[in-house]
Design a protein around this ligand. Structure first.
Ligand SMILES: NC(=O)c1ccc[n+]([C@@H]2O[C@H](COP(=O)([O-])OP(=O)(O)OC[C@H]3O[C@@H](n4cnc5c(N)ncnc54)[C@H](O)[C@@H]3O)[C@@H](O)[C@H]2O)c1
Length: 252
């Protein structure tokens, strides 16, 4: 029970990595506020939490909208001050710089980067006042290496790494740890959507798996374990770290 009596806010917690985080955090005793754009996913999570008896409040909202963070903090205020924030909501787009429209670039940065900034702005004041807190940002291996036709995505996730390190520097004195996880290719609904659009989904999945030294995709639970470690007191000496969980993708 690594998160017993802790109030945790998790974004994008209705699918893939975020849902695995919510389930794992629940098993570790967390009280959670989950925010996601996915209305049906929010309904499903409400049902799952009610059946399992997990203390989880679920909110439909866009992490890129400052007003939504006011709502989230009001909901969190009903259960207590926030101990942990997991900025997980995000998505990817394909394309070189020349293939990426300005609108797509701005929309991606609004979610992947501004969403992280806004989440941190929302929880930091009370963390500073209490002199404790743990923030875990979900970046990507794409934030650490160059990848073909992922210009905007690589840039948005590298920005998350920069923000993580800068915040670690600014808030170490406040007792707040800020870390990031950099997942490799993870078997989430995100890839189901992409695979649905390609000529041969099986061949595409083989290609994705082959990018990892381990020759497979990550299970979302394998990424959630790293998020749990950084979120919890088990990582009490870690701040400004980027924990790469990529099946060896970035070492070659
Ligand atoms: N799947 C991978 O291979 C992989 C690899 C590295 C990093 N990541 C990162 O992990 C995170 C989770 O990805 P996933 O693969 O689980 O994707 P997913 O599509 O399965 O889940 C993403 C979740 O974020 C929510 N979301 C998206 N935009 C949002 C917004 N603006 N406001 C609120 N919620 C929003 C969605 O509703 C969904 O619940 C993302 O940040 C992604 O970039 C994924």
């Amino acid at each position: 029970m690594k998160l017993l009596d802790k109030v945790c806010v998790v974004t994008g917690g209705t699918s893939g990595i975020g849902l695995a985080v919510v389930r794992l955090f629940a098993q570790h005793g967390a009280t959670q506020v989950v925010m996601s754009l996915d209305v049906d996913g929010c309904d499903d999570l409400r049902k799952e939490a009610a059946e399992a008896g997990w203390p989880v409040r679920v909110l439909v909202g866009d992490v890129g909208d400052p007003a939504v963070w006011e709502d989230a903090m009001a909901v969190a205020g009903e259960v207590g001050p926030v101990d942990v924030l997991v900025n997980n909501a995000g998505y990817g787009i394909q394309g070189t710089v020349l293939e990426t429209s300005i609108a797509d670039w701005e929309a991606l940065f609004k979610t992947n980067t501004a969403g992280v900034f806004l989440g941190c702005r929302a929880v930091l004041p009370q963390m500073v006042t209490r002199g404790s807190g743990s923030i875990v940002n979900v970046s990507s291996v794409a934030g650490q290496i160059g990848m073909s036709r992922r210009a905007a995505y690589c840039a948005s996730k590298a920005a998350v790494v920069g923000l993580t390190r800068a915040m670690a520097v600014d808030h170490a004195k406040d007792g707040i740890r800020v870390n990031a996880v950099a997942p490799g290719t993870t078997d989430s609904p995100y890839f189901d959507k992409i695979a649905a659009d390609v000529a041969d989904p099986t061949v595409y999945r083989r290609y994705l798996a082959g990018r990892q030294l381990m020759d497979r995709l990550a299970d979302p639970q394998e990424i959630a374990q790293a998020v749990l470690f950084l979120a919890s007191d088990a990582a009490s000496f870690a701040t400004g770290s980027v924990v790469t969980v990529d099946g060896g993708m970035s070492v070659v």
